[in-house]
Design a protein around this ligand. Structure first.
Ligand code: LMR
Length: 341
């Protein structure tokens, strides 16, 4: 008995697994992102971590680094390409530096009338073909994660496009968002997400846009007196992995991670709208920010000013892609509109 116990102790000390086989150290996936843990993306990253470690029986360890802890917006893309991190979930507005500016189609104002229309794009051939474009950049696109439709905020009421005149509005690094703000008469200022709160606090910028979940978790209601529920644009993500790392994984582990990603993506889809609705209500409850929902008349004025952005950016994104997205969303919403009559 003593011999067996001594052998078992030796095995543990020598890092051997059951039966004396050397236990491999876990494969580590560093998953970096820029938002708070209690956002749809933050919760989905955590859910992926748990599922990945479970389904691979500990052969993979996922380390999630939220809130720009490891890298800010631009640095994280460079870190991924260098293999310093293995996984990210950047906003679709941030893929131009990777050489795939077509993702900025997701930034087009009013391009998705409903979430169902958005899913028809991301879960259909258009979404697939966009992810495919990442392969030649050394990146594999694994999934789309949802956040929500954006609201606008500033320290003055934003009811009509004229209210934006001269405002310095923070945007993500997207030429479509630049065109959007200029169409409103505002001055677009690109800032990393982690720099938005301090820039608003110091009045370096006057306002910004984001889904409510991002505004609330970054406490932007502390430094923004007015929020307008405009739902003028969409903010979503592509979950991406370093291609060399991904292709180098043992096939069975890659398949287990794909399953973990499918389940985490399904989970994320169920919480995105709920969390954004809750965040807007939480902002309202703070009493620090006045919330205005655009009237149909105001909505019509915004659309009149913003819809021409599609034409302005055709040369950058591709008219064919924009037309394909509009055809897809029309197919999904037409029956609903027909029923409405
Ligand atoms: C932003 O920069 O506003 C967003 O992309 C942050 C995020 O990842 O949701």
């Amino acid at each position: 008995m003593r011999i067996k116990a001594l052998l078992a102790a030796f095995a543990v000390l020598a890092g051997l697994g059951a039966g004396g086989v050397r236990a491999q150290p876990p494969i580590v996936i560093k998953f970096s992102h820029v938002v708070a843990p209690d956002t749809p993306k933050g919760q989905a990253a955590e859910r992926f971590r748990v599922l990945a470690e479970q389904l691979t029986h500990g052969r993979v360890r996922v380390e999630v680094y939220p809130n720009s802890q490891l890298y800010k917006d631009k640095e994280e893309l460079e870190a991924l390409q260098l293999g310093a991190v293995q996984m990210l979930a950047p906003s679709l507005a941030k893929f131009a530096p990777l050489g795939v500016k077509e993702f900025e189609a997701f930034d087009l104002p009013y391009v998705f009338p409903t979430k169902a229309a958005l899913y028809a794009v991301t879960e259909g051939p258009i979404g697939k073909s966009l992810l495919q474009k990442l392969e030649s950049k050394g990146i594999t696109g694994l999934a789309y994660w949802d956040n929500g439709f954006k609201v606008m905020s500033a320290n003055r009421p934003l009811h009509t496009p004229a209210d934006f005149r001269g405002l310095r509005m923070r945007i993500q690094g997207s030429k479509v968002l630049e065109a959007q703000m200029r169409a409103l008469g505002a001055i677009p200022e690109v800032l990393a997400f982690s720099d938005v709160y301090p820039a608003l606090q110091a009045h370096i910028v006057d306002g910004t846009e984001n889904p409510p979940s991002n505004m609330y978790t970054q406490k932007m209601h502390d430094v923004q007196k007015y929020v307008t529920v405009s739902n003028h644009g969409y903010l979503g993500y592509a979950v991406i992995v370093n291609k060399k790392f991904w292709d180098g994984l043992p096939r069975d582990i890659r398949e287990e991670l794909e399953q973990a990603m499918r389940e985490a993506t399904a989970f994320e889809k169920t919480i995105a709208q709920r969390d954004n609705d809750a965040a807007l209500e939480a902002i309202r409850k703070t009493g620090k920010t006045k919330i205005h929902t655009l009237t149909p008349q105001e909505q019509a004025e915004w659309r009149q000013v913003l819809l021409p952005v599609q034409k302005q950016v055709e040369g950058r994104i591709g008219k064919d892609l924009i037309d394909a997205i509009n055809r897809t969303t029309a197919r999904v919403t037409a029956p609903m509109t027909a029923r409405a009559w």
